[in-house]
Design a protein around this ligand. Structure first.
Ligand code: GP9
Ligand code: MN
Length: 803
């Protein structure tokens, strides 16, 4: 059992690195029990090579922990198996991975060779000791029993969710289960209303104001600079200017500098920065957006400008397949992708072609692009050299770095970004020389941070250098500079914003309307409301930065455990005051997700912005407040209740054998289907006591045309993913069948607004119903067997239920 003890020690280290802060003892206890159980099973068994099996298990668990902490050190969250699809890209970021290999992370693997050697020396030790049968079964069974009791208690107390968000084994089991269920995820279903659509259409309209149209009819050149953080702007290192060219540009007439501008990326890093910037939609948090939504229709910057006669090309010096760019760019609207294969790689650093070569060779392509017609062009240019780990060859290190910073990430980054700035300066000169400068609007911004604020050594270096707190507020901040040659303006705009806001901001300057798409961002030159940055990588969904507050959603997913800090003083604040904004942010992200999942832009574009969501979703669920159970003789009861005016009817389903579905009352599913086809106003609630959701999924498969008139009843939160993923859009939660507290139910519904909540008379309490109504979630009353007229039940507990 040595291995078990060692693993428990590693669990402590794991918890430390992954910053488990809530329910620590329960997390530790759960991991310990699981480890003891697994090892007891092997140790007390009659297996022949017990030590070898124990060792293998030890290695597997250690490897998992190692992979998790590596991922955590970079992304500040645990990995999902969905991300395995991206593993092939690891090779390309090999250097960055090496940078994460600090000793703490390596501890998970370092001892393994010693055990191997030890085992070789004493091959027989511990391999085949036997125990009598009481011990053999008794010990693992007792631990197993305790484990089952503990897990059930956690479940009962509603603690399963917070524990499994942090605990090694339950996290991976949960992740695995959700991944299996997620061929077609649709978290956002039911959370996007017609009013939301109207509001977004309105939000996306061009509103005349400051700087509107000053770039009209000019070319647009947008340069996304790899790992350009804001702190280097106007910053001197030992008297040396780090980014002299960008600084000069900021000072020039015609320049707008946004100094409170943030990254907004998802799983796709650089490529998500591109996506968000061009589309003003939130990136996916499941996979890189370019992969997950490669086939969607978009209507972002390239398309909008194309509709104004522009030609849109994109330039990047790395392999065209990386981040699935070559495929995704087509629907993004780029007409040509100038990628690595189009360049002569005479000079390379790190990933590939140097920025200087890249810009200088791009000039010929720009000329080609310009010569296509008399209309202006849009060139979207993505730089490369200043990529982590920022190692520049000696001859490109132009700054004098103090000894204490020599070879540190800060020292290396300064050299690298100084070089990137130099290359940009030369590019600007070339643009002038070639005659592009005066008739182009030129924008620069960084894709994401360079130096992580989640690693103590990085933070120390940065805090020392900058003399301010180095947390996400500084780490996520990137500069945005928009230069409109020939204009008199010069302004530093400090309105808070992110890459999400680029599209509306640049459209205002260019003076073009986004006539077909939807944008979540705001025009930073004119928006007067309170803007925010809703980052989701490195910090959890729901976290945000706004003018006054840094809000960190808790790792265990519970709002009460989240943290709010005054953005200026870093004083802790009472989180309760931030609930509304937090909820608003979740809802914004969910809406954007919905748009991506339903490919809504496609429908908007095809229908000139005129879509009726209700129609899209099928008809609305009837307004009955009462659900009529049709159990004993379902068809007869359906008929009678329908005649009496009920339109919301419930049947119970079960399997006969593996394939055939029966209604409670022994009637065939087929009869129900025939009946529903003849009674188009009827909505039928499907319930089942079967172990899992497969019976509902089968109904959906068998009767695709009726699926939107079926309402699936869920009783446990875990069922949601599977049901919604399989495209049931009408899902209701029956709260009288579960053991959730009201608070848990409300929290769940805020994240996953459903088509309704079903309750029996007992749970129909006034305040609760009021809360649900505030969420706009209809409430339905259950528990009536006979086909009674619904009108009699309009008032429940003195309170009108329903919407
Ligand atoms: C390579 C580059 C990758 O194409 O864009 O940058 P990353 O996403 O690793 O920051
Ligand atoms: Mn990048």
């Amino acid at each position: 059992m040595w291995f078990a003890a060692l693993l428990i020690w590693k669990i402590l280290l794991f918890m430390d690195i992954t910053k488990v802060e809530h329910n620590e003892s329960l997390v530790l206890f759960t991991s310990t029990l699981i480890i003891l159980f697994l090892f007891a099973l092997i140790h007390f068994s009659n297996f022949k090579r017990k030590r070898t099996i124990e060792f293998s298990l030890y290695n597997i668990v250690s490897a998992f922990m190692f992979a998790d902490v590596m991922y955590y050190s970079y992304f500040n969250s645990l990995p999902s198996i969905r991300m395995m699809k991206q593993f092939h890209q690891l090779g390309a970021v090999g250097d960055s991975v090496r940078a994460l290999l600090d000793i703490k992370n390596l501890m998970f693997l370092l001892d393994i060779p010693f055990h191997m050697i030890n085992h070789r020396k004493n091959p027989e030790v511990g391999e085949s000791k036997t125990y009598n049968k009481y011990i053999r079964f008794g010990v693992p069974a007792s631990i197993g029993l305790i484990l089952v009791i503990v897990l059930s208690l956690l479940n009962f107390k509603g603690l399963m969710e917070p524990i499994s968000n942090q605990e090694l084994f339950t996290y991976h089991i949960k992740d695995f289960k959700t991944t299996l269920a997620e061929d077609e995820i649709a978290e956002g279903r039911g959370i996007f209303t017609q009013e939301d659509l109207e509001e977004l259409i309105e939000r996306s309209k061009l509103k005349e104001g400051e700087y509107t149209g000053i770039g009209k009819d000019k070319n647009l050149i947008v340069i996304q600079v790899e790992a350009l953080q804001n702190f280097v702007i106007n910053c001197f290192y030992e008297g040396q200017e780090i980014t002299p060219n960008l600084n000069r540009l900021i000072r020039e007439k015609g320049s707008l500098y946004f100094d409170n501008y943030y990254q907004q990326i998802g799983r796709g890093n650089t490529s998500d920065a591109e996506f968000v910037t061009n589309n003003s939609l939130y990136p996916s948090m499941e996979e890189p957006t370019y992969s997950q939504y490669e086939g969607n229709t978009f209507y972002g910057l390239p398309w909008i400008l194309r509709d104004q006669g522009y030609t849109a090309w994109v330039f990047h010096g790395y392999e065209k397949e990386f981040w699935n760019r070559d495929k995704a760019y087509v629907n993004q609207g780029f007409q040509r992708f100038i990628s690595e294969e189009d360049f002569d790689l005479i000079e390379t650093i790190g990933f590939g072609i140097t920025d200087e070569e890249f810009y200088s060779q791009s000039m010929d392509y720009l000329k080609e692009l310009d010569s296509i017609d008399d209309n202006p062009f849009y060139a979207f240019i993505i730089s490369l050299t200043s990529h982590t780990p920022f190692k520049m060859p000696e001859e490109y290190q132009y700054l004098d770095i103090k000894e204490e910073h020599e070879g540190t990430i800060l020292g290396d980054y300064l050299q690298s970004i100084h070089y990137a700035d130099k290359a940009l300066g030369e590019f600007l000169e070339d643009l002038k020389e070639e005659g592009f400068y005066d008739n182009s609007v030129i924008a620069f911004y960084g894709d994401h941070f360079a130096i992580t604020g989640f690693n103590p050594s990085g933070v120390e270096l940065m805090e020392d250098f900058l003399n301010i707190e180095y947390d996400v507020n500084e780490m996520f901040k990137i500069p945005l500079i928009i230069h409109i040659p020939g204009e008199e303006v010069n302004e530093t705009i400090s309105r808070i914003g992110s890459q999400l806001d680029f599209l509306p901001t640049i459209l205002n300057i260019m003076g073009y309307e986004n006539g077909k798409g939807l944008m979540f961002g705001r025009d930073l030159a004119n928006y007067e409301g309170e803007n925010f940055v809703a980052a989701q990588t490195y910090i959890l969904k729901g976290s945000y930065i706004d003018d006054d507050t840094l809000f960190y959603m808790s790792n265990d997913g519970l709002f009460e455990n989240s943290k709010a800090l005054d953005r200026k003083t870093r004083e802790p604040l009472d989180v309760k005051n931030f609930k509304e904004r937090y909820e608003n942010i979740i809802s914004e992200i969910n809406k954007s997700d919905y748009i991506l999942k339903r490919d809504l832009i496609k429908l908007l574009v095809e229908n000139q912005g005129q879509i009726d969501l209700a129609q899209l979703e099928g008809e609305n669920i009837p307004d009955d407040k009462l659900i009529i159970k049709c159990y004993d003789n379902p068809l007869e009861q359906l008929r009678k209740s329908y005649e009496k005016g009920s339109r919301l009817l419930a049947v119970e389903l079960h399997f006969r054998g593996n394939e055939e579905i029966l209604l409670k009352g022994q009637q065939d599913m087929e009869d129900l289907v025939n009946w529903m086809e003849k009674h188009e106003e009827a909505y039928v609630i499907l319930r089942s006591n079967e172990e899992d959701e497969s019976i509902f999924l089968k109904v959906k498969e068998d009767c695709p045309t009726l699926k939107d008139r079926f309402i699936v009843e869920m009783t446990k939160f875990e069922q949601y993913n599977k049901l919604s993923n399989k495209a049931f859009k009408n899902i209701m939660l029956n709260i009288s069948k579960g053991n959730y507290s009201r608070k848990e139910i409300m929290d769940f519904l805020k994240r996953h607004p459903l088509a309704g909540v079903i309750m029996d008379k007992k749970s129909a309490k006034k305040s609760f119903i009021k809360g649900l109504k505030n969420l706009n979630i209809p409430v339905y009353l259950d528990g009536v067997d006979k086909g009674l007229n619904t009108r009699r039940y309009k008032n429940i507990d003195g309170f009108f239920i329903g919407q």
